[in-house]
Design a protein around this ligand. Structure first.
Ligand SMILES: CC(C)(COP(=O)(O)OP(=O)(O)OC[C@H]1O[C@@H](n2cnc3c(N)ncnc32)[C@H](O)[C@@H]1OP(=O)(O)O)[C@@H](O)C(=O)NCCC(=O)NCCS
Length: 183
């Protein structure tokens, strides 16, 4: 699997020794909350999903660990999955489980690396993302890397006992490639 090097972060495969720490993020309401839900059953099913994700475009499992270039150790995860059986909707997702690492630009760089990698290696015509309309860091991240807000799905995401509205973001291949620096 590829290793994607950025200025401050790299995306690399998640290592088995890191599974327990990362699995704990899924079970910590302070990490993913208050804007999302992540469902995973047991540690074994989580580990299996990571190891089989490459063969399943619809898998919700993490595809890459996010690591600071300056300091080894996983601070976050990114993934992507085919979210619709017909429409060209590949949804990217992202989380910095290390909360101390948030707000420093790492998330934005990690998602930019992921989207660029997907356009370079897959034939996708469009890449998108969705987020709770109250998740300001998430949608600012998406806007910061050039995804456009395309609309709102009303009452589309259930978490914390109620249904929430969700923004849909997207960027076409032509738009992304027109902004990519030469080289
Ligand atoms: C969403 C998340 C990955 C963002 O990563 P991050 O490294 O903290 O974000 P960045 O530092 O790259 O900042 C991205 C943008 O959000 C803004 N931002 C970051 N934290 C913010 C905050 N607490 N409030 C408002 N804006 C914020 C930044 O200013 C930046 O916008 P700009 O480029 O216009 O200045 C991170 O907050 C996270 O893990 N959240 C919990 C999981 C989650 O919500 N995932 C997304 C589900 S859709």
């Amino acid at each position: 699997m590829a290793v994607l090097e950025g200025k401050s972060v790299r995306l690399r495969p998640l290592r088995p020794a890191e599974y327990p720490g990362v699995f704990a993020w899924y079970n910590d309401p302070e990490i993913v909350a208050p804007f999302d839900r992540f469902s995973t059953d047991t540690f074994d099913s989580f580990a299996r999903s990571v190891e089989t994700a490459a063969d399943d475009p619809r898998s919700l499992a993490p595809r890459f660990a996010v690591e600071r270039v300056s300091e080894p150790g996983v601070i976050g995860l990114v993934g992507h999955y085919l979210a619709h059986p017909v429409l060209e909707f590949v949804d990217v997702w992202y989380i910095l489980g290390d909360r101390a690492a948030r707000g420093k630009g790492y998330g934005k760089e990690a998602v930019r690396l992921l989207v660029d990698h997907l356009f370079r290696t897959e034939r996708y015509a469009r890449i998108g993302a969705t987020c709770d309309i109250e998740n300001v860091p998430s949608y600012r991240l998406l806007e910061g890397i050039g995804l456009r807000r395309e609309g709102t799905l009303h009452g589309a995401l259930f978490h914390h006992g109620t249904w929430h509205d969700v923004y849909v973001y997207g960027v076409t291949r032509a738009e992304w490639e027109s902004r990519r620096p030469p080289g």
